[in-house]
Design a protein. Structure first.
Length: 126
């Protein structure tokens, strides 16, 4: 499997877990205790996915397959995921919720890029 296919797979999984997070947040508002526990677990999963995604993009950049902005975007998403987890733990929802929206937008933007571009085009767009 080439690096672009791997990136597409990780981005797709990341976006799926973000949707699960939103669903669990809604269930938490309804008072479901299991949703609260699962929200925390999937939040940690998102951080792990962000680490994998960032490492993959760094390797792709080194190999000349990813543009510079993609590395910066992934480092930003990883930082946002960690800050969001801390804010969620301490119930700082005024930052937790907007960060979640920003993370969703950032991952979706990267997935659009990864789906639209062919690997040979990626090398020429760097």
């Amino acid at each position: 499997m080439n690096s672009m296919k791997r990136l597409r797979a990780v981005l797709s999984l990341n976006l799926l877990v973000v949707f699960v997070q939103v669903t669990l947040a809604g269930l938490m508002l309804g008072g479901t205790d299991l949703a609260r526990k699962m929200h925390g677990i999937t939040g940690l999963l998102l951080i792990v996915l962000a680490v994998i995604q960032t490492a993959l993009v760094i390797v792709m950049r080194r190999d000349g397959v990813a543009p510079r902005w993609l590395v910066g975007a992934n480092v930003g998403i990883l930082a946002a995921e960690m800050i969001e987890a801390i804010c969620g733990h301490y119930h700082v929802l005024g930052l937790h919720v907007p960060l979640g929206v920003a993370i969703f937008g950032g991952v979706l933007r990267q997935l659009f890029w990864a789906m639209a571009i062919r690997p040979q085009e990626a090398r020429s767009s760097i």
